[in-house]
Design a protein around this ligand. Structure first.
Ligand code: GDP
Length: 456
């Protein structure tokens, strides 16, 4: 089936591009495009273009003048014959050219269909296809560089190397088990264990590169927590630089989780102002507290605020307990330093390395925070040339593969049968094949491409 779509934004601009892909694309283009700089559209070579008139074959009227660019299979984005018609960038004229394509034999492309065809024709791996979407949505230099790296296939190659190790071990295990009489070298626990160790450390590095990469690319998921009235909203407003939350001195006013991003030094904090962590007495408040607890679970960084002009309350202690057991990166903020009244004992905060005494109402709170961020997130050592995963789907596959490998190593060291170990290695390899799309089910492929826009 030959499909077409508008590949540029449907808005006024200098030029619009209507893309046609599939076997019939040249014959469709021939019907609606009269070249002035060559004789015959059908004879055009790949990577060439012609200037001419876009014409409605029904009426013979010229719709616009424009440029036709031809790509011949397999040397095109989709791997099929592709024609791109550039016309003037008006919404009406662009839609009219699209309609001409539809009336002359093309069907309307689905979301992401061009990229999906590229994937199905082996032009791109699934990770590269997903990076196309990242390139389109990149809003910063790092995000763009990172998407470009993934698009170049770096992530695919790193994953493929691990996959090859696993598949290699599976093959040796199968050969050895199935043909015990042949002269096949035995798979020793040591050799298997060392391959698995290499595979798991490669995946571990990918996952940790991803974490530092995300800090730069997207920001640090940050939760501001503390009991009511300690100054959470004030802190958030100061960081964001404008009045975002409603600051009041009635305890428990901040009920919804509000998300905003604040740029502080080299860091972007994705902030959420949460309801106080406390035993809720009313229903609306209860929802806020539940959200706050969830937010701690999801957050990478927690800014825990305490009011140093008051004694540590039972709620404060409960929060400290919760933070200790969360295993998260925490910055303790002893707020209201300007009140000259310190009723908090430092001892209560034993075990927390990152502690600052500030007034959320003053700007130097920012500087103190940046210093703590620097020691918590050493993005300085992150190699911007390393690649990161594009989305949760990819991370999940990598994490599951990593866990299966750890389980396989565990099974091996506790003397379980090689069958059990083989099953776990197989499961790990499957996850990686899913990640790159080599074994992705149709449902996964459809899901991935449904997130694209039409025309891509
Ligand atoms: P939340 O309930 O934790 O969000 O607390 P708010 O941000 O609403 O602050 C509660 C009260 O404490 C407000 O009256 C703020 O003006 C006040 N407050 C917040 N930070 C400071 C500070 O650093 N110094 C002083 N003196 N008051 C503060």
């Amino acid at each position: 089936m030959t499909v077409c779509a508008i590949s540029t934004p449907v808005a006024e601009g200098g030029i619009s591009v209507i893309r046609i892909s599939g076997e019939a694309s040249l014959s469709i283009a021939e019907k609606i495009f009269k070249p002035l700089t060559c004789d015959n559209v059908q004879k055009m070579q790949g990577y060439t273009c012609a200037y001419g008139r876009i014409t409605d074959p029904k009426t013979g009227h010229t719709v616009d003048d424009g440029v036709l660019t031809v790509f011949r299979a397999p040397h095109s984005y989709t791997g099929e014959d592709v024609c791109e018609i550039s016309c003037h960038g008006g919404v009406y004229v662009t839609k009219k050219v699209l309609r001409l394509c539809l009336e002359n034999g093309a069907s309307l492309a689905d979301k992401g269909e061009f990229t999906k065809r590229a994937f199905l024709n082996g032009k791109l791996s699934l990770t590269q296809a997903e990076a196309v979407m990242d390139t389109i949505s990149a809003h910063g230099e790092f995000a763009l560089a990172s998407a470009n790296l993934t698009r170049s296939g770096l992530l695919f190659r790193r994953i493929a190397a691990v996959r090859d190790t696993l598949v290699g071990e599976l093959a040796s295990l199968a050969a050895w088990v199935d043909y015990p009489d042949d002269d096949i070298p035995a798979v020793t626990d040591e050799s298997l264990n060392s391959s698995l160790a290499a595979a798991s450390s490669d995946l571990e590095r990918l996952l940790s590169d991803h974490d530092s990469g995300m800090v730069l690319k997207r920001g640090i998921d940050t939760a501001i927590v503390g009991r009511p009235n300690v100054g959470k909203s004030t802190l958030m407003n100061m960081l964001l630089g404008y009045e975002r939350s409603i600051v009041t001195d009635i305890a428990g006013t901040t009920r919804d989780v509000i998300e905003e991003s604040a740029v502080i030094g080299d860091y972007t904090l994705l902030l959420s102002d949460t309801a106080g962590i406390r035993t809720a007495s009313d229903k609306v408040e209860a929802i806020g507290v539940e959200l706050a607890k969830k937010r701690i679970e999801r957050a990478v960084l927690i800014l825990a605020v305490f009011d140093q002009s008051e004694r540590l309350s039972a709620e404060d202690e409960e929060l400290l307990q919760m933070l200790k057991s969360s295993g998260k990166r925490v910055i303790i903020i002893l707020n209201k330093a300007d009140l000259d009244e310190n009723l908090l004992s430092e001892k209560a905060f034993d075990g927390f390395e990152h502690l600052i005494s500030v007034s959320a109402k003053s700007e130097d709170c920012r500087d103190k925070l940046v210093q703590e961020l620097r020691s918590l997130f050493s993005v300085g050592t992150f190699d911007p040339d390393s690649t990161i995963f594009a989305n949760e789907r990819q991370i999940n596959c990598a994490r599951k593969a990593y866990e299966h490998i750890l389980a396989a190593r565990q099974a091996l060291s506790s003397g379980e049968t090689l069958d059990a170990v083989t099953v776990l290695i197989g499961a790990a390899a499957d996850e990686l094949l899913d990640l790159t799309g080599e074994k992705a089910t149709e449902a996964v492929v459809d899901e991935v491409f449904s997130r694209f826009c039409v025309g891509k």
